[in-house]
Design a protein around this ligand. Structure first.
Ligand code: C5P
Length: 232
């Protein structure tokens, strides 16, 4: 199923992660493991999560020369993760290499998603430091098209951009969208947030939810609420 709620497991230890996961007695949520948890727990933590029956989006945002990314992706693919990502700014040869590396002997592979411009990048920073002078929205859409033309499955973007990405890259091109809050929750450091229901309406394929679930008094019912709004 290419629609789901992914919980961002932004914990810095194995203990914190498993304390959190032990609360889920009935569901096996799709989990995002990012750099913090991966560097703290290594590949062992990924194997343990898989053994418990969860799907994993391994959010390591690879960016290197094509051959290195290809080989690194082959290693990640062997751990049976379900979704991985890279920076589209690495270029089409790198993205094609990544797909080759990810593809297993039986032809299956994890979903491969591109980061276009990080949401922390501003127009001003892009122009003065990266020397890119086009409007940031055009840059994001052009990177998304490069990703699609290189054979990738989708991009990470704001739910507010999901409709535009689908318009430019097709309905089947996956949008993975953080920046989600249940109504009434603190926004924190996110700039523009939407509810799971609105993300569904705009056309997100996967929503990534962190603090609205991990920081809730009752994470299981917060997760269920997200699932009901987004998938129900
Ligand atoms: O707690 P919160 O729901 O804001 O967490 C969102 C997750 O999505 C975090 O793991 C964050 O690093 C990630 N993310 C994001 N914005 C992006 C890319 C990733 O918030 N543009």
């Amino acid at each position: 199923m290419n629609k789901d709620v992914i919980i961002a497991c932004d914990f810095n230890s194995k203990e914190q992660l498993f304390d959190f996961l032990d609360k889920f007695k009935e569901e096996k949520p799709y989990l995002k493991v990012g750099m913090e948890l991966f560097y703290a727990g290594g590949i062992e933590i990924v194997k343990e999560i898989k053994k418990r029956g969860h799907k994993i989006f391994l959010d390591l945002k690879l960016h290197d020369i094509p051959n290195t990314v290809k080989k690194a992706m082959a290693v990640l693919s062997s751990f049976d993760v379900d979704m991985v990502n890279l920076h589209a700014s690495g270029g089409s040869q790198m993205m094609k290499g990544a797909i080759e590396g990810l593809t297993r002997a039986d032809g299956t592979r994890p979903l491969l998603i591109a980061v276009t411009q990080l949401t922390s990048t501003s127009q001003e920073m892009m122009e003065s430091e990266l020397l890119i002078e086009k409007p940031i929205d055009d840059v994001v859409m052009s990177y998304a098209l490069n990703a699609k033309n290189s054979g990738l499955d989708g991009v990470v973007c704001s739910p507010l951009e999901a409709g535009k990405v689908h318009g430019a890259c097709g309905e089947k091109f996956i949008t993975v969208t953080p920046g989600i809050r249940l109504a009434g929750d603190a926004v924190g450091d996110q700039k523009r947030v939407t509810t799971p229901a609105l993300a569904k309406e705009i056309g997100s394929d996967f929503i990534v939810v962190g603090r609205s679930i991990t920081g809730a008094e009752d994470p299981v019912s917060a997760y269920r609420k997200c699932v009901k709004e987004f998938l129900g």
